[in-house]
Design a protein. Sequence first.
Length: 221
Amino acid sequence: MSRVFLLHGYLESPAIFDSLRPLLPAGADVRSWELEAEFADWQPAGRPDVGSLARHLARKHDIGPADVLLGHSMGGWIAIHLKQLTGARAVLLSSFTDQRKIVSDVRHPTLLTLYAWSGLMQSRFMRQRYRRDYRRDESRALHTELIEGLPGFRRRYLHQQLQVVFAPAPPLTVQPELRVHARRDNVIRPPDEPYVEVPGDHFALVFYPQQTADAILKVMG
């Protein structure tokens, strides 16, 4: 059976897949990537970006057309670039192939570099602001947990994540096998391309894992 790689999102960990993972095909070779560890041994020649990261991951894990990449949020953005490099199948959960779909007031890579390395984004003031501005009651506790984890991350890793998400990337020439998205997602706007709609918000895979799995199983066969 194909290897199935789980790629979590910004500020997340593989635990984001805990509700979904038991619903994937029995016997599947499912492997979770802890992206903080994966990023730690990535040494891009210049400014970090998603293309450089995808090349690193493709070489390190010998990704090929038989593999399946399930990516949530930032993880889906990485997955589609891995697909472009290797021909692997990509399933995007609450994710994007167009960076303009990201809901953010700050987008410029240079400003984001200062934001990460200065420690501002980890400050109590900014964490309070992130919590105050979040508008989805269903996932509020989960969002708060992620935000309160900010001080525990190395600044280099925060910088890498922001550059992977926002640094300019060459146009994609491939499409994912599947997009799963909630219309009420307030982190990533719904795609313009066809997608399977699920209830909830950006964290639908946590709160509606069965609906998410049903869509995935049709692709994985």
